[in-house]
Design a protein. Structure first.
Length: 245
């Protein structure tokens, strides 16, 4: 199983998703577009695509000129029937790829928050294990409208479209389910000034907040990560299953 991971910002980290991919024996190819703008040349070399978060918006083409090609690439993976996952900025890029609107600065959230699972979400493979509500980490200012044909899986008062699915296995999550306690502590150490600016007092209250929310969020995040990884179809296995008897 080969998975392409697009890193939009230095040291983003896979967290819970890394554990789920490792359990599945996946080979990860990193594409650090923040460094060189290089993306997979086509979809044939990978069984799945992950697009991670970042500080830019999904429409920052002038400052991040690789974005239009990344938008097209996510759509090509999806049209090929392959598993695609967009997290935070990645979900906003997916929404753009499927014709939705990007709503810049319209939904500011930071820290652990409660997410509601829709009826469709409770029946969906990605979220069926987390119940009707779960706690997870958020860090975003932008959001998006629901793409045509997409199924809304999760929602919150601040961002209506917290998770969606298109087709069999194209998923976008506005929330950072991959951000387990280790990742959050890395962000805490690396971006203290930014965090204090957007969430005054959060750093001071971190120990109490983590004690209250981190274990539940880590469990939900790992369940979601494992669920998405289980939807990846290896190209060789898929070709064999489609071969004539």
């Amino acid at each position: 199983m080969r998975v392409a991971v697009v890193e939009n910002m230095r040291n983003t980290g896979l967290g819970a998703l890394a554990k789920a991919l490792d359990e599945a024996g996946a080979e990860i190819d990193w594409f650090r577009v923040w460094q060189d703008g290089i993306l997979p040349r086509d979809v044939s070399g990978h069984d799945a695509l992950v697009v991670l978060g970042g500080e830019q918006s999904a429409r920052d083409d002038e400052t991040h000129p690789y974005l239009p090609e990344l938008v097209r690439l996510t759509r090509r993976f999806g049209d090929a029937g392959k598993a695609v996952l967009g997290i935070c900025l990645g979900s906003q890029i997916l929404a753009r790829a499927y014709g939705a609107d990007n709503l810049l600065g319209a939904a500011r959230e930071f820290g652990w928050h409660s997410i509601g699972v829709t009826g469709e979400g409770r029946a969906d493979p990605l979220l069926s294990a987390v119940g009707g509500e779960f706690t997870i980490f958020q860090w975003h200012a932008d959001t998006f409208s629901l793409p045509a044909g997409a199924v809304r899986l999760a929602t919150s008062p601040i961002a209506e479209n917290q998770a969606f699915r298109i087709g069999r296995a194209v998923y976008g999550t506005q929330f950072h389910f991959e951000a387990d306690r280790v990742v959050v502590e890395q962000w805490k150490a690396e971006f203290p000034d930014t965090i204090e600016r957007i969430a005054p007092g959060w750093l001071e209250g971190y120990a109490e907040l983590a004690a209250r929310h981190a274990d539940a969020a880590d469990a939900a995040g790992l369940a979601i990560a494992r669920a998405w990884v289980s939807l990846i179809e290896r190209q060789e296995a898929k070709m064999l299953s489609q071969a004539p008897a």
